[in-house]
Design a protein around this ligand. Structure first.
Ligand code: NAD
Length: 359
């Protein structure tokens, strides 16, 4: 296996692996380890080019740094990507080669599930490296993070209601839910239990049919979800869904969902603020999964009650960010970034103070 360093300003370490024998072509990006080892999922995706894969791993690893800084997981930010189609290119030798690649970093990067990589795949990766989290519960690990992400998003929606309306009661409130995957479906259950009326959309027609018949909800065509008259829009599918084209169509008071990178650009957060729409910054509201995984690394190992207690802090973290946004007249997205950068600055200062000065 050939491993090469890629120099990128603002990143601690970026490495690229090429392994002719298994066909592996992958990147690992370690954005920042000020607050702890870099933890972030392993993604497998049929990128069109190495440049595209590199761009993705850089953006995602930076997001992990901010997410963990705000959630106080004691972790830094990192991510890995494998170039290839997870349906046709994923083989045991390839996953094992990826495990050896992760192992070369000696624990500076710890991996987990992401798009295209399942718990089963990670069990294969684990055969070559100990730096793997999110394996099956039976293996003493923290398991699938999605239900915990959904729980955190639900609590985040309640925090939005609290801030926007002074109470958390979702009874009779209309929620437009985009994406009926692992997180979206569990979130739908929480919302229904709380008495909300949920309108759903997904590009998978069979998925929509199944959910409509199981939960008795209304559905709309994928593109029509932005036009639904509702109190809350919950994006739980893709990134960049808040953009020039969709903002004028939204008829909600709150945007709060699980999807990563919901804003196409920071300016779109400003526009939501100007339009009186409360936006729950994605990397704050969707931190339940990483919080759950981080508990696995604590002394004594994974305990669900510890994870749930920490996930409940998402509510308070959001209220603090909303307050900052109001006081400083900046978008909630910019306020969240300030909090994350402040935590990193504090971490750097603490590290400097504990480092003995060289004579
Ligand atoms: P998933 O792949 O299980 O589900 C995504 C769903 O979105 C699928 O059903 C898919 O058909 C649907 N979808 C895709 N494009 C769509 C479109 N244009 N319109 C409507 N539906 C569309 O993914 P997931 O694990 O549920 O994660 C959902 C989102 O939350 C992703 O953006 C993910 O990055 C983010 N997220 C997930 C976790 C987690 O713990 N799983 C943690 C943090 C963030």
């Amino acid at each position: 296996m050939q491993i090469e360093q890629v120099r990128v300003d603002g990143y601690e370490k970026v490495v690229q692996a090429t392994d002719d024998e298994s066909g592996l072509r992958a990147f690992i990006a370690i954005h920042d380890t000020t607050l702890g080892p870099a933890l972030g999922g392993m993604r497998m995706w049929p990128y069109d080019s190495e440049q595209e894969a590199l761009g993705d791993v850089l953006r995602l690893s930076q997001g992990m740094t901010y997410k963990s800084a705000i959630a106080r997981t004691g972790l830094g930010g990192g991510k890995s990507v494998i170039i290839g189609d997870p349906h046709s290119d994923k083989t045991e030798p390839l996953l094992r080669a990826m495990g050896r690649f992760v192992e070369t970093l000696g624990g500076l990067y710890i991996t987990a599930e992401d798009v295209g990589i399942s718990e089963h795949d990670l069990a294969i990766v684990r055969q070559e490296t100990q730096w793997v989290t999110g394996l099956h519960r039976e293996q003493g690990s923290s398991g699938n993070p999605s239900p915990y992400t959904a729980y955190g998003v639900f609590l985040g929606i309640q925090a939005c209601m609290q801030d926007a309306e002074g109470h958390e009661d979702l009874k009779g409130r209309r929620v437009a839910l985009q994406g009926l995957g692992h997180v979206g479906t569990r979130l739908l259950e929480y919302l229904q239990e709380a008495g909300a009326e949920v309108i759903v959309a997904d590009i998978g027609t069979q998925r929509v049919e199944d959910v409509v018949s199981q939960y008795g909800v209304e559905s709309v065509a994928p593109d029509a979800i932005y036009d639904v008259d509702c109190d809350i829009f919950a994006p739980c599918a893709l990134g960049a869904v808040i953009n020039d084209e969709t903002i004028p169509r939204l008829k909600c008071r709150i945007v709060a969902g699980a999807a990563n990178n919901q804003l196409l650009a920071p300016e779109h957060g400003d526009r939501l603020l100007q339009g009186g729409v409360l936006y729950a910054p994605d990397y704050v509201i969707n931190a339940g999964g990483i919080i759950n995984v981080s508990v696995e690394l604590l002394e004594g190992g994974y305990r669900e009650e510890v994870a749930l207690k920490r996930i409940r802090n998402i509510h308070a973290a959001l209220l603090e960010i909303f307050k900052m946004s109001r006081e400083q007249k900046i978008s909630t997205d910019r306020a969240a970034l300030q909090v994350a950068l402040q935590r990193l600055a504090e971490g750097r200062q603490a590290a400097r103070q504990s480092t003995p000065v060289q004579p």
